[in-house]
Design a protein around this ligand. Structure first.
Ligand code: NDP
Ligand code: 8X3
Length: 255
């Protein structure tokens, strides 16, 4: 991809999405950034316009709200419809319980966001990419798609669904010259655990104690590598873990 290319990053208000936005802006990408927290979107967009001198369009909506997503795309001017890269990153884990005591509304939130929200965005952008006869969709999966762990049934299921959707979309879109990939991070220190533990910062901090976790920038660099392969090369899937992690839920800690 060239400088001046356009990327849409969902969930850019923190963590991995924000780091990808910073990385791509530094390389001269125009950006469409999404998320629910308007104040954070506005301040990131302003920072990128000032520091990197790139054009940034903020689209503030919940990916679970199909009407809001449709309206956002309906108002895109032609210049903002030429999307080269979609990083389908918005997602979350909510709750950490076995199935037998799990909270059904947490299950709905995870499946509606990580699976149905990702599909909504993938559908909207892939139609634009088909019209443009090019593009690259990167779905953010997880090591939770490769293994399972206790108390993570619905999150793991949602990310295994992301892997399945990625493989199916590749079958459907390769004929249009569109790349479809997934990236599966292991433990990365973001707001992820704070969201999982519903605002309990102390409990969240424990997750990343006793070893060196990934940082969001590590994932951003990997995404950068994926989108910068030659036109004939598609990295179909990329698993990236901290050195101290061997599999989902298997971490060597020194406490
Ligand atoms: P963060 O909590 O830091 O960021 C999550 C992002 O997703 C935020 O920008 C949030 O924005 C957005 N988001 C969540 N729900 C919605 C929604 N309904 N509509 C729109 N945006 C939403 O976590 P990470 O950066 O770590 O997570 C990013 C992705 O990486 C997720 O898909 C996660 O599952 C995945 N992942 C994370 C790993 C980790 O260890 N951190 C490992 C593997 C995968 P806002 O709240 O403003 O809407
Ligand atoms: C997030 C990583 O191991 O907490 O996808 O599920 S984990």
């Amino acid at each position: 991809m060239e400088s001046g290319s356009l990327a849409l990053i969902t969930g850019a208000t923190s963590g991995i999405g924000e780091a990808i936005a910073i990385k791509l802006a530094a390389a001269g990408y125009r950006l469409i950034l999404t998320g629910r927290r308007a104040d954070r979107l506005a301040s990131l967009a302003q920072q990128l316009r000032s520091n990197a001198g790139v054009e940034v369009l903020e689209l503030c909506f919940d990916v679970r709200d199909r009407e809001a997503a449709r309206a956002a795309f309906a108002h895109l001017s032609p210049a903002w419809q030429q999307i080269d890269v979609l990083v389908n990153n918005a997602g979350l884990s909510q709750g950490y319980e076995p199935v037998h005591t799990g909270d059904e509304s947490d299950w709905d939130t995870m499946l509606d966001t990580n699976v149905k929200g990702l599909l909504t965005m993938a559908k909207a952008v892939s139609n634009l990419m088909i019209g443009n006869a090019k593009g690259h969709i990167i779905n953010v999966s997880s090591t939770a798609a490769k293994d399972v762990y206790a108390n993570g049934a619905v999150y793991c299921a949602s990310k295994q669904a992301v892997d399945a959707i990625t493989k199916v979309m590749r079958l459907e879109l390769h004929v249009y010259g569109i790349k479809v990939s997934s990236i599966a991070p292991g433990l990365a220190e973001t707001e992820f655990s704070e969201v999982r533990f519903k605002g309990d910062k102390q409990r969240a901090a424990q997750v990343y104690k006793g070893f060196e976790p990934l940082q969001a920038v590590d994932i951003a660099e990997a995404v950068w590598f994926m989108i910068n392969r030659p036109a004939h090369v598609n990295i179909a899937d990329l698993i990236i873990m901290p050195t101290a992690q061997a599999a989902s839920g298997v971490v060597k800690k020194q406490l």
